[in-house]
Design a protein around this ligand. Structure first.
Ligand code: ADP
Ligand code: MG
Length: 255
């Protein structure tokens, strides 16, 4: 079932010195449990596209369907995770994880249990009473993901969520996040400028053109014969380099 659909989506900003067309005429459909990576030149409208999908921004043209229904405003089905982990420094990890639920008035026994289970399963159970500054960058990012997941979203949007991390941490966080999302059966769309990262996690890579971004290609990713796929394990599959070369070439057409 398609959990998220973009139909002829476009956003034009009204700026002081005229209009800025961020992206135009983007259509695609995401099935439950899929992981979609979105790549494109800087400024081509990727963040704007995620905001429109999340309902934070009304599209200028087209529409977004969430769980088959036209979206109006911020969807409770969608969780959004940004580049900065946005943890609140004066709150403990536990209080941070509950924050999104608090804002929505959804703190109850069931959601508290889910939050607790997420913290425990993902190695942060012993850190519930610590403050964000007492955690490493990778742990903070995991805490941030758990906060997003604690609200029980059906669809997760990640905007350059790992780009503030150093390379090694980033590889490890990618492994962790991938495992978490697969285990929770989450559907995810991730914007990244890192081509290997995009390929390593994705079932499909959406390649956007330069601004105003259009959908240049919807590229299916598969690694035949790979037993249990993880972001690291697929990097050594022969198909990986082929995908990389192809995406690189497509992105260079705009440079
Ligand atoms: P990306 O995430 O792909 O780098 P963005 O979605 O952030 O691209 O931005 C797309 C274009 O829209 C850019 O040219 C940017 O300057 C412009 N833009 C982004 N936000 C606004 C805004 N609030 N008002 C006017 N223009 C904006
Ligand atoms: Mg952006």
């Amino acid at each position: 079932m398609a959990v998220l659909q973009a139909q002829g989506l476009g956003v034009t900003y009204q700026a002081e010195n005229g209009e800025v067309r961020a992206f135009r005429d983007i259509s695609f459909s995401v099935e439950a449990g899929q992981f979609i990576s979105i790549v494109g030149p800087s400024g081509c409208g990727k963040s704007t596209l995620l905001s429109a999908l999340a309902g934070l921004l009304a599209p200028t043209t087209g529409q977004v369907l969430v769980m088959g229904k036209p979206a109006a405003g911020i969807s409770p089905h969608i969780g959004y995770m940004l580049q900065r982990d946005a943890l609140l420094e004066w709150r403990t990890i536990w209080q941070n994880v509950l924050f999104g639920l608090e804002v929505r008035g959804q703190v109850n026994d069931e959601t508290r249990t889910r939050a607790r289970r997420l913290l425990d399963s993902y190695g942060l159970g012993g850190f519930a009473d610590k403050y964000p500054r007492q955690l490493s960058g990778g742990m903070r990012q995991r805490a941030s993901l758990i906060r997003t997941l604690a609200a029980g979203p059906d669809i997760l949007l990640l905007d350059e969520a790992f780009s503030a991390l150093d390379y090694q941490t980033r590889l490890q966080v990618t492994e962790d996040v991938y495992a978490i999302l697969k285990r929770e059966g989450a559907t995810a769309l991730m914007v990244t400028h890192d081509i290997p990262e995009a390929i390593s996690m994705a079932d499909r890579v959406l390649i956007l053109s330069a601004r105003p971004g259009r959908l240049r290609e919807d590229l299916p990713i598969a690694f035949p014969g790979l037993g249990r796929r993880t972001p690291l394990s697929c990097r050594s599959h022969p198909a990986f380099q082929t995908y990389f070369d192809h995406i690189w070439k497509e992105l260079k057409r705009d440079a």
